[in-house]
Design a protein around this ligand. Structure first.
Ligand code: C2O
Ligand code: CU
Length: 456
């Protein structure tokens, strides 16, 4: 059966304000399916994923967070262009929420689209134990679809005893591809079938909440159209090579028209790791079609209020990502001292950004940007690994890869870099504050691939 995300009903609603409550507690989740024992997890409101939060574009969201875990936490609103003091980064934008503590976030949601929330405190473990949820900001005039569905993909590492494998932040994971798991879930369940009806049009909001796994989905004998990346509308297009690639934290909104035959089944494959391709699930068609004439095409989403960078006037900066196994990092600065990769690995680190290894909570910016100016950042992946690089507080255009202009110059908040790849992004630094800029493979972030960009 399809795992429908349980929406949380907003309470105390004044017009223009949505209020939600998120309570962090230990819980159990039937990650492996109903016939298997439940797995101990950490949860928002007792469920994995956390509740689906829905808000209208331009509305104010107020979320009361109660921490009933035995460690500190924060909530980061991934991809939402919130004021800096609502961004949820411990010791940078707020003090962490203590065990037993309570914190209220409140901000206006400027952009419509598919976003998500998760802790920014020890994310590699807190997100890895199940703390994440989707946040959908609705357009004021929604596009015509029969169903609006969120698929949150996750990848869990479960040991022989049926528990989440420990330790989190394993040294091998830090220096390699991150914590890859052995159990894939969709909306917190091992979902094998997704029911559809012929003629149905679905807005499918894909979100990768995994610590490390990259997904590349192909919908066999279907023709999905990408309409947004990371919450931001993009020129509607067919995915390159028929595959929708999602690094950790990335989202894609698809329009999926159920064009198969009634009573038939069609697989959805994940082929990102060529030697470990598998069938994610099957689209299972009901015996009776929904309609025979498809809905008229209306694919284009209204743009969000993003400032267009002025590429002529843009100031250029280069940011290099270095380290990891099979890299050639000789020396970097860690806690103010020069270290080599061996010393880094010994300290549980493996990565550097512009020659600096992040330890603990970072404060010193690698770049200071002037408010409302345009910037072109050349990101250089000097490593043998993929990295989904995320900037807080802004969306940016992805201009080129290895010098070749991208087809859609898409807006994103997280850009997946292939090994050795160079990617140019551009943005207007229009949100003042100190913003995290880090790899969203959470073990890489833990291992030093993290920095701050300041906007003044
Ligand atoms: Cu999804 Cu720094 O966060
Ligand atoms: Cu990385």
């Amino acid at each position: 059966m399809a795992a429908a995300l349980r929406p949380l009903t907003a309470s105390g609603a004044r017009p223009g304000l949505r209020e939600y409550q998120l309570t962090l507690t230990p819980a159990e989740a039937k990650l492996l399916g109903p016939e298997h024992p439940a797995v101990p997890v950490w949860s928002y409101n007792g469920q994995v994923p956390g509740p689906l939060l829905r808000v209208r574009q331009g509305e104010r969201l107020r979320v009361v967070v109660e921490n009933r875990l035995t460690e500190e936490t924060t909530v980061h609103w991934h991809g939402l262009r919130v004021p800096n003091d609502q961004d949820g980064v411990p010791h940078l934008t707020q003090e962490p929420i203590a065990p037993g503590g309570r914190h209220v976030y409140e901000f206006v949601c400027p952009d419509a689209g598919t976003f998500w929330y998760h802790p920014h405190q020890r994310s590699h473990e807190q997100v890895g134990r199940g703390l994440y949820g989707a946040l959908v900001v609705e357009e004021s005039a929604p596009i015509a679809v029969d169903r609006d569905v969120v698929w949150i993909l996750d990848d869990w590492r479960i040991d022989r005893s049926g528990q989440l494998a420990e330790p989190f932040g394993h040294r091998h994971d830090i220096a390699h591809a991150g914590r890859l798991g052995n159990a894939i879930t969709l909306n917190g369940e091992r979902l094998l079938e997704f029911p559809v009806r012929r003629g149905e049009r679905i807005r499918l909001r894909l979100l990768n909440a995994a610590n490390a796994r990259i997904f590349a989905l192909s919908f066999l004998q279907h023709d999905p159209i990408v309409i947004a990346y990371d919450g931001q509308p993009v020129t509607p297009h067919r995915p390159e090579g028929g595959r929708i690639v999602l690094g950790p934290a990335m989202r894609a909104d698809l329009l999926l028209t159920a064009s198969g035959e009634s009573g038939q089944r069609y697989p959805v494959h994940d082929t990102f790791y060529p030697h470990a391709a598998y069938e994610l699930l099957e689209l299972v068609y009901a015996d009776v079609p929904l309609r025979d004439v498809p809905l008229p095409a209306s694919f284009e989403l209204p743009p969000n209020p993003l400032q267009e960078p002025d590429l002529q006037a843009a100031e250029r900066h280069q940011i290099r990502f270095q380290g990891g196994m099979h890299g050639e990092l000789r020396q970097a600065i860690m806690d103010g001292k020069p270290v080599d990769i061996r010393q880094m690995l010994h300290a549980g680190k493996a990565w550097a950004v512009n020659g600096v290894v992040a330890t603990g909570h970072v404060h010193e910016p690698i770049l200071t940007l002037r408010r409302n100016r345009s910037y072109l950042l050349q990101l250089v992946n000097d490593t043998a690994w993929h990295h989904p690089i995320h900037l807080h507080g802004h969306s940016f255009r992805v201009l080129s890869r290895n010098g070749v202009p991208t087809a859609h110059r898409e807006w994103r908040d997280t850009v997946l870099m292939a090994p050795r790849e160079e990617v140019e992004i551009a943005l207007v630094a229009d949100n003042p504050g100190d913003w995290m800029f880090h790899c969203h493979i959470l073990d890489h972030q833990l291992g030093g691939m993290m920095a701050v960009i300041r906007v003044v």
